[in-house]
Ligand binder design. Structure first.
Ligand SMILES: [Zn+2]
Length: 202
């Protein structure tokens, strides 16, 4: 997104990435992932969402991507989607609810309801395959409500996530490559790895 236009200011990719960096949500270095693989980057959205003012900024940014589209409620899958839905909903001034797993099945609980024809924006913190988002879309559809789009903070799908042509917006697109330790270029350079989150607090 180029800056300098006279329309309402939107944050650039760099400005958004900076928010992720300064909150520790995006780390660069040499990491041992829980999968046992190594990577040069690490992303943990919970790190940025722990700061309500940052979460609010991201929620506003994400909401503004859907400007001009009528949205009556926002929904996201627990856990990652809860705060995102809340902040997007706050900015739009609409209801924000979440789905959660019950015996492994995604479900709408706690008395949350969608009504037929309700125009719903589906949000999530990060997607890789988009599986959870797809389950939420199914729940929206099963209620007779209308999914009007999908908004995510970080799209890690490499452009592969597709929700049957549904409008998809993300604040960041990120392709974090993971390596087997034997073929890790950082190991080859003799750079010591660390576990994400093991750095001292700022
Ligand atoms: Zn390595």
């Amino acid at each position: 997104m180029a800056c300098g236009s006279n329309e309402k200011k939107k944050l650039s990719q760099d400005e958004i990435l900076q928010i992720f960096k300064e909150t520790g949500a995006f780390l660069q270095g040499h990491f041992l992932l829980t999968s046992g693989k190594h990577s040069a980057q690490y992303m943990q959205c919970a790190q940025v969402l722990q700061y309500p003012r940052k979460a609010a900024i991201l929620g506003q940014e994400l909401a503004s991507q859907f400007e001009g589209i009528e949205i009556e409620s926002v929904i996201g899958p627990a856990m990652g989607g809860i705060i995102v839905a809340h902040e997007v909903g706050r900015f739009l001034g609409v209801k924000a609810i979440f789905t959660e797993r019950q015996n492994g099945e995604m479900a709408l609980r706690r008395g949350f309801k969608l009504i037929p024809g309700e125009r719903v924006l589906v949000v999530e913190d990060v997607i890789t395959t988009g599986g959870s988002v797809r389950e939420v879309i199914d729940i929206v559809g099963a209620a007779g409500a209308i999914p009007v789009g999908v908004g995510v903070l970080v799209d890690r799908s490499g452009g592969k996530a597709d929700f049957e042509g549904l409008l998809l917006h993300s604040l960041l697109k990120m392709n974090i490559e993971a390596f087997e330790p034997e073929s890790c270029p950082l190991c080859a350079q003799g750079i010591p790895w660390e576990k994400p989150g093991s750095r001292g607090s700022k």
